[in-house]
Write a protein that binds this ligand. Sequence first.
Ligand code: ZN
Length: 471
Amino acid sequence: MSVVIGIIFFHHQPHAGYTTPTPTSRSLVHKTLLAREHRGEMKLFSDLVGAATSASGNAISAALVPLIWASSYLQTDPLAVAHSILKTTPLIDGHVDLPVLFRYIYGGDLASPKVDYKGELQGFVDLPRLRKGGSGGFFSIAYVPCTKIPEGEREDFNAPTWQVRDTLEQIDLTWSLAEYYPDDVAVVTTPQELRSAFKSGKISHLIGIEGAHSLGNSLSTLRTYHRLGARYLTLTHTCHNAFADSAGATAGQALPPLHGGLSKIGFRLIDELNRLGMMADLSHTSDDTAKDVIKHTKAPFFFSHSGARAVHDHIRNVPDVLLDQARDSGKDGIVMVAFLYPFVGPEGNAGISKVADHIDHIASKIGRSKLGIGSDYDGGFKFADGLEDVSTYPKLVAELFSRGWSRNELRGLVGENLIRVLGETIRVGDEVRAKGALPDVATIDGRPDNGPGKPTFDSEPCKRSNAGLVK
Ligand SMILES: [Zn+2]
């Protein structure tokens, strides 16, 4: 979620059709690239030709050769290549705000006759469009606006909050989707579960929490979210919180720092995320927070929905200095690139090629194996031209194929890189726990309800009033 959704009327866009590939995409240069960059597949091809010609030397076998060549040529069509990749590799989008929009438009009521995930939903995500776009799944986000916390309480980290309830309701919504649509939806938490869901034709829904304000300032809450399936926590949304500084508002105004990066308990939050095997998402954080985390974490770095600041200067995008730090750290990681205005570019001035520019720039810094897709669908209402909804993923894959990305690199971009990073994060957690690390039960200093002699239990009777039950 990147834009606070005010009064927005979602007009369902007609499902986007695919554009005809450009003539250059079919060029000889492209075929040459194919031959050079896909040695594995070319080896397979030459094996087939060899088998056809050496079997008996007869005319039937020899006749297969041009057919094999012809099918190889067809596979150089970027869109055909994109679709073939998505048939065999689960595309996992790092950030989709489906539960947020469900609550906003439908009150989270899956039983309502107006709600048909298998039909047409308002917004940018539903099963028919996911199928059309070759989606293998996405992180389904639980998000509560930090800006709705009253001003005075926002940086009072001992104030009681309702964010936990609303976050839990959205986690529940993702799990409930799997009960309402069991043939199509699987909630998954590990690479193994994800691959098994893909094999059985289901769309994986992973759970992410957007903003550590959703923890209600408690590490205990984090563990509970993890047990409920959450596999990443974005450290901040647009406000500072008890654990970390935020970059600031989506509109682009930077916030003056509060902690100057991670707070003292913020470092402990990273340790606890490492221990659990849960990803610490750096999209939305301040540069200082991201810098602290890249240095401190034992797990891969992770940005769920950000672009490159060098391509479009916005506080939500990753600056080169952080990309350099990430590369020099020698750590694995991933930056999943968003399609949403205003991160992708000035409104009305960004299309598929601009998103590809973000991807190519980040790849030039940290390598193509550390890239992914984190659209932010349903988290705002205006996306890069040509990438209007989840049915359009193949067009981006085709664009990158036309730019010389190999099939293997594209398999990485759409899903394998994320699967590797998630697996590695889980492995780090296994390792940390195997060394004996136990849950960190630290609370925020000065919390009035928790500690020796503090009034956790109250013997005063409840009284009734017209406004409800009050003490
Ligand atoms: Zn966001």
